[in-house]
Write a protein that binds this ligand. Structure first.
Ligand code: FEO
Length: 176
């Protein structure tokens, strides 16, 4: 594989930071859910956190294979306290939108630099981000339908547990 242009290497290293932060943030969310006895949600965020770590590793591998130097980032401390389950998922949607914007920026740069290997590499992430945003939006819609309140939380947790199981099954099928 060819050598990365410095601007592309820098953008990809920035993305390592973005994915690592997302992993970190979702871990904080998992343990907020744990503190609220929302065990389905906890499992959902543990899986999301691991998924983000895998995204981060894909960037490490790509930078390294392309004769660049992946940089292990220093991470900012994510928020650890949330007002409600609704507010939690609003944070997730914002976080994913931020990642999508960042992927799109690197894609635009890769086209500008005629770095078609990087364009090709990023395609997987474009689709992944579309799926992630759609998933989180569908969860927010369900939370809105079920409504707030103690008893609702019980059903929301069960719903998110089901979604988590479905995502796990998809991941396992993808690996096969
Ligand atoms: Fe890898 Fe959900 O951003």
């Amino acid at each position: 594989m060819g050598n990365l242009k410095k601007s592309i290497e820098k953008a990809l290293n920035n993305q390592i930071n973005e994915e690592a932060y997302a992993s970190h943030f979702y871990l904080a969310m998992a343990y907020w859910c744990d503190s609220q006895a929302l065990n389905g949600c906890k499992r959902f965020f543990e899986r999301q956190s691991e998924e983000e770590r895998q995204h981060m590793l894909k960037f490490y591998e790509y930078v390294s294979e392309s004769n660049g130097t992946p940089i292990t980032p220093t991470l900012a401390k994510p928020p650890q306290d949330f007002k409600s389950i609704n507010s939690l998922f609003e944070h997730v949607l914002k976080q994913e939108q931020k990642v999508t914007a960042s992927i799109n920026k690197i894609m635009a740069l890769a086209y500008k630099e005629s770095d078609f290997a990087t364009v090709q590499f990023l395609h997987w992430f474009v689709e992944e981000q579309r799926e992630e945003e759609a998933l989180i939006q569908s969860i927010l819609d369900r939370i809105n339908i079920i409504g707030g309140g103690g008893q609702s939380l019980y059903y929301i947790d069960k719903e998110i547990d089901k979604i988590n199981m479905a995502e796990l099954a998809k991941d396992t099928a993808g690996e096969a």
